[in-house]
Design a binder for this molecule. Sequence first.
Ligand SMILES: Cc1cc2nc3c(=O)[nH]c(=O)nc-3n(C[C@H](O)[C@H](O)[C@H](O)COP(=O)(O)O)c2cc1C
Length: 199
Amino acid sequence: MNFMELFSLMQERKSCRSFQSESALSPTEIRTIIKAGQQAPNPLNQQPWSFVVITSAEIKKKLRQAGEEAKQAVLDQGGPGWVGGFSIDFMEEAPLVIAVVVDPAKGGLGTFFNQPTGSIQAGSACMQNMMMAATTLGYGSLWFTFFDPGAVKPIIAVPENLELVGLLFVGKALGDIPASRRREPVIYADSFGLEYDAV
Ligand SMILES: Cc1cc2nc3c(=O)[nH]c(=O)nc-3n(C[C@H](O)[C@H](O)[C@H](O)COP(=O)(O)O)c2cc1C
């Protein structure tokens, strides 16, 4: 694969918030996506992640309820009003949800230097790999964190000491997904704040 092919794949991955509910993934496809996730870099190769594959309509409904509660909590705290109109129907429509869970105790040697987020960083790389894999298989996906982990973890029985990197919603996209634009990168030369004008 050359760079342009890789970059096209990166551009093809767009956050999908509307799914065809009748687009279930096969067990092989689900395993393929998880295998891709596991290829991610991670501190000391401790592989801090585990995965909860969610297809149960009942559990999706509970997750959606937690999402609705999160929306309300944001509004109650004076958060942005658009949140009230943000539809999370996709939480029940998506045929598949994969929860990516990490063990903060597996954060590598950075933990000795006040870097407590190694496992989350690894879980994030894992999540991105999974989304890229889902894209190549023709599926849309969404990395979702708009919830109170304290409400979501018990729904899927995640132990208290583990952290949720996010819920990955996966399925065939319903309609075209608009591309979100990227601003010009902020790049400095040698030290933060020093102008970089080489390109
Ligand atoms: C850590 C993380 C959390 C996110 N949480 C949400 C979320 O809760 N709800 C949502 O609709 N999108 C969520 N997103 C998706 C972003 O909104 C999206 O990636 C961003 O707007 C850029 O759009 P694109 O993914 O289509 O390029 C999240 C993305 C990341 C990386």
